[in-house]
Design a protein around this ligand. Structure first.
Ligand code: TZP
Ligand code: MG
Length: 248
């Protein structure tokens, strides 16, 4: 599904600093919540957020029927596919299939990863939430496209959580996991850079963009923080490699 969507877009987003496997750009991952959007239409908010630089979008509407998810999913796909921005569906493989989304995001209590991969196929983007190091260790054997590090900080957007990773937990996870890490939970412009510095490859946001009166500007500012921190990290890694080279 993913390749088809990129083909439809007719572009590969060259030069945007892709993150993740197989060309998926996971730097700024928008997760929807209409509860934050007031009377605004979800497709308009998503369109604006993408104009600000959102690189991937997950449809996550906990209070919708399946029929509503399909209807919204189709509309979001029509917005996102021409722009080459992948659409991921939270939890539900059936909705992902019906709307021809690019993939699905799974929690620990959803359909097991192996079944999702078997059903959706090798091209699908499949992400998995991890809440503990133990879950991350189990995910080492899985060919997931990314791990959702959930949550970094406690957040009113999702309250059924037992603990939060914090920056120290994220650093530990970075050491322990081979996967691309997308951090989520309490992330906003002010703390995005510190989360990248602690080892995340990208950040996922709900309220920081969905509740903003200007989703485009909100996304732009967060992406700027992410890119600046990623560039700093790359420079630091380059300097370290250079020092090692001189030692030899
Ligand atoms: N999973 C872990 S935290 C979270 C989800 C869906 C919600 C994050 O919301 P916000 O508003 O970006 O803190
Ligand atoms: Mg779930």
């Amino acid at each position: 599904m993913r390749r088809a969507s990129l083909r439809r877009a007719g572009l590969r987003r060259a030069g945007r600093g892709r993150v993740g496997v197989d060309g998926i750009d996971l730097r700024l991952y928008l997760v929807t919540d209409r509860g934050y959007m007031g009377t605004r239409d979800i497709a308009d908010v998503v369109r604006q957020a993408v104009a600000g630089g959102v690189t991937v979008c997950q449809l996550r509407e906990k209070h919708c029927t399946v029929a509503e998810l399909v209807e919204i999913g189709r509309r979001l796909r029509a917005v996102l596919a021409p722009l080459g921005v992948p659409l991921i569906i939270n939890d539900r493989l059936d909705v992902a299939q019906v709307v021809e989304a690019d993939g699905v995001h799974l929690g620990q209590k959803d359909v097991p990863y192996a079944d999702a991969r078997r059903i959706l196929g090798p091209q699908a983007i499949i992400g998995l939430s991890v809440e503990t190091l133990e879950q991350a260790r189990q995910a080492e054997d899985l060919d997931v496209d990314y791990l959702g590090v959930s949550p970094i900080y406690p957040t009113p957007t999702k309250t059924d959580i037992e603990s939060a990773w914090g920056l120290d937990g994220l650093r530990q996870l970075r050491e322990a996991s081979r996967h691309t890490l997308v951090a989520i939970g309490g992330i906003k412009e002010e703390n995005a850079a510190s989360i990248i510095e602690a080892g995340a490859d990208g950040v996922a946001v709900v309220s920081a963009v969905c509740a903003s009166p200007d989703p485009e500007e909100a996304a732009r500012r967060i992406l700027c923080e992410v890119d600046t921190a990623r560039a700093r990290r790359a420079d630091a890694a380059g300097a370290q490699d250079g020092a090692k080279g001189r030692e030899r």
